[in-house]
Design a protein around this ligand. Structure first.
Ligand code: UT7
Length: 330
């Protein structure tokens, strides 16, 4: 059976660290509240001059190096982001220019924090359906600091900037390594729970809209919290069931890094020991579409993923969107 493998992984974070103590001087919050309610201690924030494409480019370079392939060997670039450099062209095209690999197709995917798993499904299907394609570059990159309301303590403490990338290739050696399955879904009825209405055609640029702070993230935290746990548990159960697996078969779960309480709750409900749940949100916060590829890169570097392991990625985000991916590591 032909499968697609993750051939290389890379990530990149901006240098600037914003600690909870720094936030104490910006909004009415405390380090203790943030750590207790979210698990986050600090996050990285871009400089004004740093864009999602800059972070994505750096992560992509590292993933290509790790995959031992040259930029001229990439056949397609897909970028998952909710903070593109501009409305158009796609951030994927801007990264293509930075990498210097013109003519190949490039596009962005908008599925918020689930974007990377959506991109993985699309990239995998391109490879499986088009024999001319050998390597697909997937990038999750976010400059979320640019759409945060730094006066809203319920959201500005949660997010961070960063990027992660993977190279997908066909499995040449005929082993069972590779992406076994991907399951994605969405429920548009929950769209208003987590949104940023500015920047879209429904909110024209007027002084009034700017004054009403419509260019920033708005979230019903408690509702999103409950929905996240429910949806991620269901998608994990579904993908395991349709592959005739149980949680015992999984060596490492890499969940979207939004809140330690969400990750703990999923582990408890599904009977997954916490030591199998990978967590790195302490010093990154929620990096949205970048969170899963950054976590894969870090889990590999920490020796949490080994050849032959079955790993499970699971995400949820605005939309609401969700997704899970089951991978036998190469
Ligand atoms: O990937 C994107 C998806 N987003 C998420 O996954 C986020 C999901 N939601 C959450 O993680 C949590 O709902 C939050 C961390 C955002 C909030 O935690 P919570 O335990 O749900 O708190 P809450 O919203 O119920 O607020 C509890 C209290 C409120 O005060 P009152 O009304 O009880 O007096 C808030 O005003 O905490 C207050 N509060 C804060 N206090 C200090 C909210 N934010 C802060 C803050 N510092 N930063």
């Amino acid at each position: 059976m032909e499968r697609v493998i993750i051939r290389g992984v890379g990530s990149y974070l901006p240098d600037c660290v914003l600690s909870n103590t720094d936030l104490e001087s910006m909004v009415d919050t405390t380090h203790e509240w943030i750590v207790t309610r979210t698990g986050i201690e600090s996050r990285r924030i871009c400089l004004d001059t740093e864009m999602a494409s800059d972070l994505g480019y750096e992560a992509a370079r590292k993933a290509l190096e790790n995959a031992h392939i040259a930029t001229c060997d990439i056949d397609l670039i897909i970028v998952a982001t909710m903070t593109p450099d501009m409305q158009f062209p796609a951030t994927a095209c801007i990264i293509q220019k930075k990498l210097g690999c013109s003519d190949i197709p490039c596009f962005d995917i908008g599925a918020a924090c689930s974007g990377f798993i959506y991109a993985m499904d699309v990239g995998r299907n391109f490879l499986l359906s088009n024999p001319a394609m050998k390597n697909v570059l997937l990038i999750g990159t976010e400059k979320i600091s640019s759409i945060l309301d730094w006066e809203d303590r319920s959201t500005c403490i949660l997010f961070g900037d960063g990027a992660g990338a993977v190279v997908l290739s066909r499995n040449w050696d005929n082993s069972d390594a590779g992406i076994w399955d991907i399951l994605i879904g969405a429920d548009g009825r929950c769209a208003s729970m987590l949104h940023c209405s500015g920047w879209g055609a429904s909110v024209p640029v007027t002084v009034e809209n700017v004054e009403q702070r419509k260019y920033f993230i708005r979230m019903e935290g408690r509702e999103v919290f409950k929905e996240a746990i429910k949806r991620m548990c269901v998608v994990v159960e579904d993908i395991l069931l349709r592959n005739h697996l149980t949680v015992e078969d999984i060596a490492c779960v890499i969940p979207h890094q939004a809140n330690i309480r969400i990750i703990t709750a999923i582990g408890e409900r599904l009977g997954i020991p916490q030591e199998k749940m990978f967590v790195n949100l302490q010093h990154k916060g929620n990096t949205s579409a970048a969170s899963i590829p950054i976590a894969i890169d870090e889990a590999l570097k920490m020796g949490r993923i080994h050849t032959g392991d079955l790993i499970l990625l699971v995400a949820f985000g605005a939309g609401m969107t969700w997704g899970a991916s089951l991978i036998r590591w190469k």
